[in-house]
Design a protein around this ligand. Structure first.
Ligand code: ADP
Ligand code: MG
Length: 247
């Protein structure tokens, strides 16, 4: 059974069809890449999955259960974690306190939350920064803090929204390594939105491509990257899939 299924998921903002009858399934243990041009509805799909926005039409199933009308905190509790494209740490708190605040979604004691926070900070290579104020972290650290906060809720499925955007090449490789470990070592299923082609091609088992809110292609990275509509609306005609596969 799929861990996540979107069935004709649709969102209207007034007259704007931001998400237009998107159907997709994420299998347990896979990394599924969601790609599309800016404004194509990727972040809105995440916001519909965890009910930041009410769904206009269609359904969301998690492990076969209809979660379309559950509350955001209930969705976190059943095991869907997410990062935000616009990272907003509590800047005057330490890095560790930021992660502890997230850990309280599942942990009821201070000691339990601290232990989870330390574990996920180490996992995200942030243990040496744990006592710094979150506001003092550079962008690469803030992005990893965002991943640590999502991991602290102990998800079965994690939604990553452009966690590699703005990173330098060294930080990019570090982020790719962390995302691989999330699946390979923690066994967490990953749905990832990413613009950086190297990241999406390296990590994804399958890719789902959208434009103007609607599905335009789905399949293996190689299959999707060779799709004429994807090339036209997203990759550009000078894109060469062979440059990016198996990097
Ligand atoms: P992406 O993440 O693919 O760049 P978004 O999901 O952020 O795209 O946006 C899809 C479309 O929905 C855009 O046209 C955007 O302006 C619109 N949109 C997103 N959020 C809102 C909102 N809260 N109110 C109105 N329109 C929105
Ligand atoms: Mg977005």
């Amino acid at each position: 059974m799929s861990i996540l299924t979107l069935d004709n998921l649709t969102k209207n903002f007034g007259g704007l069809m931001a998400v237009d009858h998107v159907s997709l399934s994420v299998e347990e243990g896979e990394i599924l890449g969601l790609i599309g041009p800016n404004g194509s509805g990727k972040t809105t799909i995440f916001n519909l999955i965890n009910q930041y926005f009410p769904v206009s039409e269609g359904k969301v199933f998690f492990n076969g259960t209809d979660i379309t009308h559950k509350k955001t905190h209930e969705i976190a509790k059943i095991g869907i974690g997410r990062t935000f494209q616009k990272v907003r740490p509590l800047k005057r708190l330490t890095v560790e306190d930021n992660v502890m605040a997230a850990a309280f979604a599942r942990e009821s004691t201070f000691a339990g939350a601290r232990s989870v926070a330390r574990e996920v900070l180490k996992f995200c290579n942030l243990d040496s920064s744990s006592m710094l104020l979150a506001g003092s972290l550079p962008i690469g650290g803030r992005k990893r803090l965002e991943i640590a906060k999502a991991l602290a809720t102990r998800p079965k499925l994690i939604l990553l929204d452009e966690t590699a955007a703005g990173l330098n090449p060294g930080e990019l490789d570090e982020a790719i390594g962390i995302i691989k470990k999330i699946r390979d070592e923690l066994g967490i299923t990953v749905l990832i939105v990413e613009h950086i082609i190297k990241v999406i091609m390296t990590l994804s088992d399958r890719i789902h491509a959208i434009a103007h809110g609607a599905t335009i292609a789905e399949g293996t990275p190689e299959h999707v990257a060779k799709n004429p509509t994807v090339i036209e609306s997203y990759l550009g005609s000078d894109y060469n899939v062979e440059d990016h596969l198996n990097v």
